[in-house]
Write a protein that binds this ligand. Sequence first.
Ligand code: PGA
Length: 243
Amino acid sequence: MKKKIFAANWKMNKTIAEAESFAKEFVKLTPNPRHKVLIFAPFLSIQMLAKFFDKKKVFIGAQNLHQSEKGAFTGEISAEMLKEVGASAVIIGHSERRQFFAETNQTINEKIKTALANGFVVVFCVGETLEEREKGKTKIVLQRQITEGLEGIDRPQNVVVAYEPVWAIGTGKTATIKMIEETHTLIANETKKLFNKNVPVLYGGSVNEKNFEAIVQANGVDGALVGGASLSAEKFAQMVNKK
Ligand code: PGA
């Protein structure tokens, strides 16, 4: 298999102690990952994980940041705080943030700008709901998320897009290979219009140790953003060790 990117999105799972036992097991199973590995952990575990892993082998990231540098934003975390604890990447625009925390294309765009200005790799998530797909609106929704989310960004080298159909997240339903290839082509066309070059595009939504191989080898797929299955060191190691 060609070199791919595997990103673990732990969401609101794992205490520091649990993250540490994952790290110990994962490094034993994967002393030298064959693919590029990122782990997006809850804020509290980032420092421990960033110290634990060799920075050249496993990148540690956050699942959100605030767009402002600092200030009266109770409960929020800034880019500088994340850098200090060793995070080098951040997920922005995940559908759970859009759905449960009212993030809009506008706030997502501001967050992406802040993250890039601070040197983070950004995994920017886009995806349509089931209703939007059934109504034939996938293209228009994704075009809007991409043009508004990436508006004003001129240096795409640290941008990775993750296509995550909302109906496939945590549901056990994955998009078909045909749907994935069609949508990844659409995303590549949009990012090419903006940047005149391709940015890596991951697929996310019920990727597991059984289906990942076919998915990441589909045309236009540069890797996977893995939720549920990444909570198991064994399952995630199977992916990043794949020859
Ligand atoms: P899932 O989550 O793999 O559990 O579907 C993916 C994601 O939300 O990033």
